[in-house]
Design a protein around this ligand. Structure first.
Ligand code: 13P
Length: 255
């Protein structure tokens, strides 16, 4: 399938930023800037406490709301956690799973990432599944193996039919919040490795129709070049998603 047939998805990951009041202000600023831009799907993944105001403020607009994580159990004694059903009932459509910050600071493993992914899909949420290598792995020349094994482990037991609700975000850990961006060639090549892994798991059709984003210091300046690459179908954007004008430039670059 040619790239033009895949949707482009531009998603913000606000991380631990913006109170509900600040979230409302940012969304009100962003709404008119991106309204009418039809060339891509626009998603804002926000902190749990911002979900209700974000869902309310984006009703009837072209902005969809996502969460930044989800637990794998349906309910129970998991203090501080949130289930897929809770997210769904709040109007959430997307959820980021397996972000490197979760893996690094909160001891998430491919096993728990896989459990979360299956739980979210079972509830009808769209999953943005993050994979990516750390700097030492890139320097050792094992990036392809790392992203391929993460993709396989994180998707274990996910059936072909559910893949229409899975987006993969390739986020090289060394590029997150560092101002270091993968070159467009590196991003394209590694997104291509992920696509070949999907082809082995699910066949060419699913591999060619799955959206694969790049994330890691994507900004208003470098977005167009990255998004022009044939295997890059969008972006997962941290810092630049907190500024409405910058995020809008990225959305425009995806048109
Ligand atoms: P930055 O865009 O701030 O580098 O963050 C990327 C990211 O982690 C998105 O999930």
């Amino acid at each position: 399938m040619d790239k033009a047939k895949r949707p482009v998805v531009i998603a913000g990951n606000w991380k631990m930023n913006k109170t509900p009041a600040e979230a409302k202000t940012l969304i009100e600023e962003l709404k008119p800037m991106v309204s009418g831009k039809k060339g891509c799907d626009i998603v804002l993944c926000v902190p749990y406490v911002d979900i209700s105001v974000a869902v309310e403020s984006t009703k009837g607009t072209n902005i969809k709301i996502g969460a930044e994580n989800v637990h794998f159990a349906e309910s129970g004694a998991y203090t501080g956690e949130i289930s897929s059903k809770m997210l769904k009932e709040c109007g959430v459509e997307y959820v980021i799973i397996g972000h490197s910050e979760r893996r690094q600071y909160f001891a998430e493993t491919d096993e728990t990432v896989n459990l979360r992914t299956k739980a979210a899909l079972a509830e009808g949420l769209k999953v943005i599944l993050c994979v990516g290598e750390v700097k030492e792995q890139r320097l050792s020349g094992i990036t392809d193996e790392i992203v391929s094994i993460q993709t396989k482990l994180d998707l274990a037991g996910v059936n072909a039919d559910d893949m229409k609700n899975v987006i993969i975000a390739y986020e090289p850990v060394w590029a997150i919040g560092t101002g270091l961006t993968a070159t467009p060639e590196q991003a394209d090549e590694t997104c291509g490795v992920i696509r070949s892994t999907l082809a082995k798991l699910y066949g060419e059709n699913i591999a060619e129709s799955t959206v694969i984003q790049y994330g890691g210091s994507m900004n208003a300046k470098n977005a167009a070049e990255l998004l022009a690459k044939k295997n890059v179908d969008g972006g997962l954007i941290g810092g630049a998603s907190l500024k409405a004008p910058d995020f809008t430039v990225i959305v425009e670059a995806a048109q």
